[in-house]
Design a protein around this ligand. Structure first.
Ligand code: GDP
Ligand code: MN
Length: 392
């Protein structure tokens, strides 16, 4: 689960990570009030920041510095409600519904900090780089040696010596080292306590008066651990998520929107990946994949159909099921019921194997509805690609 920058900063502040003073604003009035308050309290300027679940806001025009309240109001007016397009939002962009108004910092250096799980070693890695404020993916691709990494032994935790090593690698001044070590350790504690899957501070800044701040903050949480963090779960902002993905999550369906024309209903993530591959191999492209999981009920299958059909790009539906716990006959009954109820117009191609497959095929045949059945995955994929071309 993703959260907004302002929420991430609130969490980090609880762990003693230094963040600039600021508050979220949902309206222009609130933005004006926060700006006035910060300026009255002695801020030399305020920065108006779009709150969306995507990075690259600065380049897209979603981060503006103001020296006085009038300018802050002008920036707030321009940014609130705008559709912000960044390299992470995709071409359709994301509507800005919230702002963070913060006191400005007098930046000396922009650095980078990140904690992620390295799946190859199964360890967390604390990363630091002097190349802050820019896209870290680009730094990693062009100058990987500019990123310093410390692998963290899960039994020992993040050692003070590792924090010091990173602080020196960043070229911090002797007067900044101790504060940086405490900063890094607080970040690590915030990561592990909240069951995060990513914590990224870009930029991590030093100021002209030698202070350290998280000027930006991104935290992503491990969904599988959210059950033990009710407070974090409450931070979810569904307005930032794809509406169909939100709808799917209500029924415990795993739906991912893509940009092709063939909708895919599968059971299991591995089969989903194989299905994406074989569709591409057959010359088509998937519109999404929807994983109904191991034990889908008829009700879930109906909801799955509704979700797949609400995407206007869908020209054909490819159902690829290997019945294990989910019996094929039950799936077939669900598909027939849903197709009738929703009077599905787009062609449906199925590839079915596993428990009660013969009964399942019989149910489809007897339904009198127009299903196409492929004997193998490749054959079914070819049928789906051909059907999608006709549909389009
Ligand atoms: P992102 O583009 O979505 O990653 O948003 P950031 O929060 O990282 O902001 C982008 C850039 O805006 C930063 O790298 C800074 O250069 C600049 N910026 C953000 N806050 C301030 C501030 O308080 N003062 C100044 N001078 N620049 C800022
Ligand atoms: Mn940033």
């Amino acid at each position: 689960m993703k959260i907004h920058e302002y929420q991430a900063k609130q969490i980090l502040a609880k762990y003693g990570v230094a963040v600039p003073r600021g508050e979220v604003a949902n309206t222009l009035e609130e933005a004006s009030t926060v700006a006035r308050k910060l300026l009255a309290e002695g801020a030399t300027g305020v920065v108006v920041k779009a709150q969306i679940h995507a990075g690259g806001r600065g380049k897209g025009g979603g981060v503006k510095v103001a020296r006085n309240r009038e300018d802050a109001e002008m920036h707030a007016k321009n940014i609130l409600g705008m559709t912000l397009v960044t390299h992470q939002t995709g071409p359709t962009g994301q509507k800005v519904q919230r702002l963070l108004i913060e006191e400005t910092a007098s930046i000396d250096r922009e650095l980078y900090l990140g904690i992620v799980l390295d799946r190859a070693t199964g360890k967390l890695v604390f990363m630091a780089s002097q190349a802050g404020g820019m896209e870290i993916e680009e730094v990693a691709a062009k100058t990987p040696e500019a990123i310093f990494k410390e692998a963290i032994d899960p039994a020992i935790g993040f050692g003070g010596w590792q924090a010091r090593k990173l602080a020196f690698a960043l070229g911090l001044k002797p007067t900044q080292i101790n504060a940086a070590v405490a900063f890094f350790q607080s970040l690590y504690k915030a990561f592990t306590d909240t069951d995060a899957s990513l914590v990224e501070i870009n930029p991590f800044i030093t100021t002209t008066d030698d202070k350290l701040f998280a000027l930006d903050a991104k935290i992503t949480f491990d969904d599988n651990a959210l059950f033990r963090h009710a407070d974090i779960k409450a931070l979810r902002d569904v307005a930032e998520e794809d509406p169909l993905e939100v709808e799917a999550s209500k029924y415990a369906l795993n739906y991912i929107k893509l940009d092709g024309s063939i909708a895919c209903m599968v059971n299991g993530a591995g089969l989903a990946m194989a299905t994406m591959d074989i569709i591409q191999y057959a010359g088509g492209s998937p519109a999404n994949f929807l994983d109904v999981g191991g034990g889908a009920t008829q009700e879930q299958i109906e909801h799955a159909f509704e979700i797949l059909l609400s995407d206007a790009n869908v020209k054909a539906i490819f159902i690829n099921i290997f019945g294990g716990i989910l019996r094929v006959d039950r799936l077939a009954t669900g598909v027939v019921a849903a197709a009738r109820k929703l009077s599905v117009k787009v062609p449906i191609v199925l590839r079915l194997e596993g428990t009660n497959v013969e009964e399942g095929r019989q149910i489809l045949k007897e339904s009198g509805l127009n299903f196409q059945i492929g004997a193998t995955m490749k054959e079914a994929a070819d049928l789906a690609v051909a059907a999608a071309k006709v549909g389009a």
